[in-house]
Ligand binder design. Structure first.
Ligand code: GLY
Length: 378
């Protein structure tokens, strides 16, 4: 199928927006937005890494040192997150891979590497040996959430793999792989669909039951969770090519995701939406899955033709129905859905949707600098 838009043209446009936006945002972080603008926040929540990630991806393309200086100036706010324990949970990978680790990877800054290592050690501390999973939210051992793991955590495993590679300490990769095994065994259902979250008895390690947090129902299929799974398992497979279950899990999730898309291929926020629920789309699920499929094509070459056909469908859907081509647009993708059950940010920009669209464009133009899966220890 012919692509509806030229990836190089879109990449150039996306980078122009990054160049224009950083001068507006200053020390603040774009989270979500409607109209043509992002709402800005302090560095206080799980999405703060995606904006520096976009800046570092743009720096990797352009070599613009002013951009690198700007991104580096954001890093102390990440250090403060750890120092002051500001909203610290399983999302440490989202936060520190795309900020501290990226800064180290692209500039050789050893202080940034030390900060990423601090974050990785805290994430490792969330590993629960009984049940062998990484606790998603809340203080370790908390009664209500101590037994809960979630799909999204698959995206935080690259920080652990990176820390293990850097230090030679096998505990990092062991915890990451244990968590991936638990996710494949319990969050994924036999048909390749997924529960957003899964509960263990944290005292015995006994698997209990699936549930949702951001989906329409416990038994439904939250689109972004499925996309996190595709991309997270594909990245874990890139880190660990000797673990076939990672590719097999990503493949099953990818096939289920694609089978559940509506006619225009823009995912509904929940792919098994119960009747009567609002039918918002979630473009971020599509851009995350797109990156996952392009990664999967690299680690599962026998099925690469299939994944690339899926990727083309998602790219066409995103560029036809979601790309914001208004000249004053700050964001890239319209029609994201953050948390529909809570009524938070529907039909809006999502900074993570934009981050993954930018990353996808670098992959589609063969200019990808991979911030998640490194092959070089500096
Ligand atoms: N829970 C993170 C997300 O909204 O994807």
């Amino acid at each position: 199928m012919a692509r509806t838009q030229d990836p190089q043209h879109l990449l150039d446009t996306a980078m122009q927006r990054v160049q224009q936006n950083w001068r507006i945002y200053g020390s603040k972080f774009p989270n979500y937005g409607d109209g043509t603008r992002y709402a800005l926040k302090e560095n206080i929540n799980w999405v703060a890494g995606f904006w520096p990630g976009m800046v570092w991806l743009t720096y990797a393309q352009t070599g613009d040192e002013e951009l690198a200086g700007y991104a580096a100036a954001l890093l102390p706010s990440f250090e403060r997150r750890l120092d002051e324990n500001i909203h610290i949970n399983h999302d440490l990978g989202f936060l520190f891979t795309l900020s501290a680790q990226a800064q180290h990877q692209l500039t050789g800054d050893e202080d940034a590497a030390a900060l990423a290592m601090r974050a990785a050690a805290v994430l490792l501390g969330r590993y629960r040996p009984k049940g062998r999973y990484i606790q998603a939210w809340g203080p370790i051992g908390e009664e209500a959430r101590g037994g809960q793991m979630i799909m999204d955590t698959m995206m935080n495993l690259p920080l652990l793999f990176w820390a293990g590679q850097r230090t030679g300490d096998s505990r990092y990769a062991t915890a990451a792989l244990d968590h991936a095994r638990a996710t494949a065994a319990h969050n994924m259902r036999p048909d390749g669909s997924t529960f957003h979250t899964f509960f263990f008895n944290q005292h015995t390690g006994e698997p209990m039951h699936g549930a949702t947090h951001q989906g329409a129902a416990d038994e439904s299929l939250w689109a972004r969770g499925q996309a996190w799974g595709i991309c997270g398992f594909a990245m874990a497979a890139q880190w660990c090519p000797d673990q076939p279950f990672l590719v097999e899990t990503a493949r099953k999730m990818a096939r289920r995701f694609m089978a559940e898309l509506p006619a225009d291929d823009v995912p509904l926020w929940d792919l098994w939406l119960p009747e009567g629920m609002p039918d918002y789309r979630d473009s971020s699920a599509a851009s995350i899955a797109l990156v996952g499929l392009l990664r999967l094509a690299q680690v599962d070459p026998e099925n690469a033709v299939e994944y690339k056909a899926y990727a083309t469908r998602l790219f066409d859907a995103l560029t036809t129905h979601c790309w914001d081509d208004r000249p004053d647009a700050q964001g890239l993708l319209l029609h994201g859905a953050s948390h529909v059950p809570k009524g938070q940010w529907m039909d809006a920009y999502m900074i993570y949707g934009d981050y993954f669209m930018l990353e996808a464009l670098t992959m589609l133009t063969d200019t990808h600098v991979d911030l998640w899966v490194s092959t070089v220890i500096r």
